[in-house]
Design a protein around this ligand. Structure first.
Ligand SMILES: *Cc1c(COP(=O)(O)O)cnc(C)c1O
Length: 412
């Protein structure tokens, strides 16, 4: 049976997550389908920013490291993120960027398997993950190699040369999910370590790092965690590995006694040794607001709604846009899909431009994918309806052919 907008409005009325939308400052007239690239602004963030700038920085000045506990920000926010990803307190810190954290943990993993020289990953992995691995092995020399295979071949490509397998849980283009338990077991069966990138999963769905005995993980703070542009990222090291790692970036914040100002580096116990330099305090405060909000949401419910939004988006796209050369680039089964849908069209870039001009903000991923992030905390069912209707109108009227939509921008 064909869908109609009233049904979507009725689902919004019954949606237990609907009140969260009021906690975001969303511009009127915009349907925001890019929360997987940059999460929306929580209402509390500007207030918290003003407070930390004017009171904690302006008035309390350097005393704030102690009196406002700035020094423990990486641990405090890390512990909160831990509860979203199935880790324990003391296994996660918020720090640096995802790229830098990858470098730190890949370096650590190679040290932990000294007789193995291969980092195994997948061709379709997010580029920075691959670039960081390439930079690390060039830097190390000594025969280290990056081996890349297709998404479904990765488990079969693990052998006794592989020190660490690194994969992104939700693929950024297709939204395809890896089976975290299965791939982690496959790595362990062959003596390799497993490093997951949770950038597109943390805050979007339940993740069970410890249930699956994951060794290492990294993830992003500005996507589903709504931490703000360039928010600190996070990293996870399973407790059993924490004290054997010698951090390749051995900064003073990871020192056993940073304020002893010793000449020699001695790593702190536990997860703290993964820290490097001074935390970005203002950015941490913004990230904390986003994470606190997620902690109040039922993450299984979030996942359920996101799966439903995705299924409806795909069904509606087929109903409304079936006559156009638009094909799904994501798994049809929502259990195999992260919190996004992707569609393929040879003119995807121009189509996305035209959509954005109409206030429907998704993004484009080369060469031909238009991508719609589904953020169940602040997205309504009617938004999905309205977005697909806008897409159909753009395809029908061919407004994407206009010259202003043909130009490429620096950031897509
Ligand atoms: C977004 C994302 C990153 C971003 O890395 P930065 O260092 O924050 O630029 C890395 N990996 C994956 C898989 C991502 O989705």
């Amino acid at each position: 049976m064909a869908l109609n907008r009233d049904q979507f409005a009725a689902w919004d009325k019954k949606d237990p997550l609907a009140p969260f939308r009021e906690e975001f400052l969303l511009p009127p007239g915009v349907i925001y389908l890019d929360g997987n690239s940059l999460g929306a602004l929580p209402e509390k963030t500007p207030e918290r920013m003003r407070e930390i700038i004017e009171r904690e920085w302006g008035r309390d000045l350097i005393r704030s490291w102690n009196t406002n506990d700035w020094i423990r920000y990486p641990r405090r926010v890390g512990d909160k993120i831990a509860s979203l990803i199935g880790a324990d307190a003391g296994e996660v810190v918020a720090a640096d960027s995802t790229s830098v954290n990858l470098f730190k943990l890949l370096g650590a993993a190679l040290q932990m398997r000294p007789d193995r020289l291969v980092i195994l990953s997948e061709q379709e992995n997010f580029p920075t993950d691959l670039y960081m691995a390439q930079g690390l092995i060039n830097f190390l020399g000594k025969g280290y190699r990056l081996r890349l295979v297709g998404h479904s071949e990765i488990a079969g490509a693990i052998d006794e040369e592989v020190a660490v397998v690194t994969a992104t849980h939700t693929n950024f283009r297709s939204g395809r999910l890896h089976d975290m338990g299965k791939l982690t077991r496959a790595a362990h069966d062959r003596g390799a370590l497993m490093l997951w990138d949770l950038s597109h999963s943390a805050g979007a769905m339940p993740v069970h790092l410890n249930r699956h005995q994951v060794d290492l993980a990294v993830g992003c703070g500005y996507k589903f965690l709504n931490g703000g542009p360039g928010a600190p990222a996070f990293l996870f090291v399973a407790r059993r590995h924490q004290d054997v790692i010698s951090p390749p970036l051995s900064g003073w914040m990871g020192h056993e006694a940073p304020f002893a100002f010793d000449t020699d580096y001695r790593p702190a116990a536990g997860i703290e040794r993964q820290l490097c330099g001074t935390p970005s305090v203002l950015a941490m405060a913004a990230l904390e607001v986003g994470v606190d909000m997620l902690a109040r949401a039922d993450i299984s419910r979030l996942r359920e709604k996101s799966q439903r939004l995705g299924d409806l988006f795909l069904q509606l796209a087929e109903e409304q846009c079936g006559e156009f050369p638009l094909t799904p680039a994501c798994p049809p089964d929502s259990n195999e899909r992260g919190s996004q849908v992707s569609l393929r069209h040879s003119e995807g870039h121009a189509i996305m431009h035209a959509l954005i001009a109409r206030g429907v903000i998704g993004d484009f991923r080369a060469p031909d994918i238009i991508r719609f992030g589904l953020t169940p905390l602040y997205l309504r069912y009617v938004d999905v309806w309205d977005a697909v209707v806008a897409l159909r109108e753009i395809l029908e009227s061919e407004t994407w052919r206009r010259p202003e939509f043909q130009k490429r921008q620096t950031v897509t």
